[in-house]
Ligand binder design. Structure first.
Ligand SMILES: [Ca+2]
Ligand SMILES: [Ca+2]
Length: 262
């Protein structure tokens, strides 16, 4: 669910049920159910208006570098474009996993603050390569690394409207492209959850609204901490170091909510 038309109400996108103007199933379309108030205006009688969204530009961009189906790689033409996709990455030394993370390769998020969701994506796909992995003590060893190349760039195709007009039979084309580069040094990716042991993962980088101006920011690791890159529509970089939090391994303590004394 995502607010597709900027009216504040969440809508439903279905990647596998899109139909083209001829009414045939077509992977270049997503089905959208727009959340609209019913006749009485009460939240309880929502009417879901069906629309077909032309995603030809998104699908073509992703298929330049990514396989939509790693299993049936000889039949990419018929595969649906998932609304969001994650991919396991890692580094392996003699078949032992020494690093592990989950990448988000593409997702919908409003980058420029106009209320419409934009399509952000990793330019490059995950592949295997020879590399080295170093532990915190500086001891390094050769590994087979499965990740996107460090030259990855972060891209966006902006939602440029229109609002949901016309009848349900008409298709809407809101993501025309061309893609715009958000960051040239996108080695960390759109979003990366890194395994830190003990069953825990840490969000290593990703898009988060940090300073309350309504524009999404990008968080990335920075040597001894995390840095928020504040952008105006992500056009101009404006670095802000996030306040340091006290380091604690006492996670159980954080689950305790202290109520005011009576
Ligand atoms: Ca909506
Ligand atoms: Ca937007």
């Amino acid at each position: 669910m995502i607010d597709f038309n900027g009216d504040g109400r969440p809508d439903i996108l279905i990647a596998t049920e899109g139909r083209n103007p001829s009414g045939d199933r077509d992977p270049n379309y997503w089905k959208l159910l727009v959340n609209t108030p019913g006749p009485s205006g009460n939240a309880s009688d929502i009417v879901w208006l069906e629309r077909q969204i032309n995603i030809t530009a998104l699908r073509a961009e992703i298929q330049h570098f990514h396989l939509l189906s790693p299993i049936a790689s000889d039949d990419q033409a018929s595969k649906a474009l998932p609304v969001m996709r994650t991919h396991q990455t890692g580094a392996f030394s003699n078949n032992v996993t020494v690093e592990s993370a989950v990448l988000t390769q593409w997702k919908l998020i409003d980058v420029n603050g106009d209320g419409f969701p934009d399509f952000v994506f990793d330019r490059l796909a995950v592949q295997a390569r020879d590399d080295v992995s170093c532990d915190p003590t500086g001891t390094c060893k050769p590994v087979l690394r499965q990740d996107h190349p460090p030259t990855n760039r972060l891209m966006v195709i902006y939602h440029t409207g229109p609002m949901m007009a016309g009848s349900g039979a008409e298709t809407q084309n809101v993501w025309n492209g061309p893609p715009v580069e958000l960051k040239s040094d996108g080695g960390c990716g759109i979003e990366r959850l890194t395994w830190i042991g003990g069953g825990r993962r840490r969000l290593q980088c990703g898009f988060v609204e940090v300073n309350g101006d309504g524009l999404v920011d990008y968080i990335r690791p920075d040597g001894n901490g995390f840095r928020a890159l504040r952008f105006s529509g992500l056009a101009e970089a404006d670095d802000h170091r996030l306040p340091e939090n006290p380091v604690t391994t006492d996670y159980d303590d954080k689950r305790t909510i202290l109520l005011p004394a009576r």
